[in-house]
Design a protein around this ligand. Structure first.
Ligand code: PEP
Length: 253
């Protein structure tokens, strides 16, 4: 029987947002959460790095956590333009996304790189949100589970627990396209991921949160969040405004 897992609704802002609009939207979101009282889920925003400091002030006292969108595997050093997990912890982050398909595709990150980054996130005492997902071509060729199985094996480091690791299933073809898999497809992949985690991480696997990501919006959140083994969502475009994100968060109240 599946364990009761507290869902996580996470927003990935990617390279979007300037200070004034970001402050306005997050204040609105915090206000709506405050008015609603207790939320039955954890809420996370992963803005661009320059927004972490101003948003840290706004989310103080709210139940919104902050996270990074990526990190370097090293704690410090000669890596121009990069940022370490320790720096993100220092900036008030509780989570770091690693292995997002845009990092894998645009920056040539392999699952081995992702594993090193996830290890760094754990080293810094943060939670890693490790992304996996097949491309449209891989799905058409019937390779979905094979691709995801390999990504899980290669991207997750030793020592993953329910406390330090979240896995996000994000079909690449569903990201930013308005397309989503059927609920049966999501159920199949999430059951597969749970079984793989169980095999490797034993008792830790049942409590690990498995997020679905890819064109989640208010109109499909209820049915996606109701799928077995879906313990929340990783949301891109619809996390940028309180008006779009709040109805998704509300599905977990
Ligand atoms: C994402 O990039 O993680 C994502 C899920 O994007 P979107 O919700 O816009 O499809």
């Amino acid at each position: 029987m599946a364990a009761k897992v507290r869902p996580l609704i996470a927003g990935n802002w990617k390279m979007n947002g300037l200070k004034s609009s970001a402050l306005r939207e997050v204040k609105k979101l915090a206000g709506r959460m405050h008015k609603a009282g207790r939320t039955g889920c954890d809420v996370l925003l992963c803005p661009p790095v320059p927004l972490l400091a101003p948003l840290r002030v706004v989310v103080k006292g709210s139940r919104i956590a902050l996270g990074g969108q990526d990190c370097h595997a090293a704690a410090n050093g000669a890596h121009t333009g990069d940022i370490s997990a320790e720096m993100l912890a220092d900036a008030g982050c509780g989570y770091v996304i690693v292995g997002h398909s845009e990092r894998r595709a645009d920056h040539g990150e392999s699952s081995r790189d992702v594993r090193a980054k996830a290890k760094a996130v754990h080293r810094a005492g943060l939670r890693a949100i490790i992304c996996v997902g097949e491309t449209g071509a891989e799905r058409k060729r019937g390779q979905t589970l094979g691709v995801i199985g390999k990504q899980l094996t290669d991207s997750l480091p030793k020592g993953c627990t329910a406390e330090n690791t979240v896995v996000a299933y994000e079909p690449v073809w569903a990201i930013g396209t308005g397309l989503t898999p059927t609920v049966d497809d999501v159920a199949q992949v999430h059951a597969f991921i749970r079984a793989r985690l169980q095999r490797r991480f034993r008792e830790h696997a049942q409590g690990m949160r498995l997020l679905y990501g890819g064109s989640v919006k208010a109109s499909n959140a209820v049915e996606l969040m109701a799928v077995a083994n879906v313990n929340g969502a990783l949301v891109g475009g619809a996390s940028l405004t309180a008006g779009d994100f709040w109805p998704i968060v509300k599905t977990c109240i």
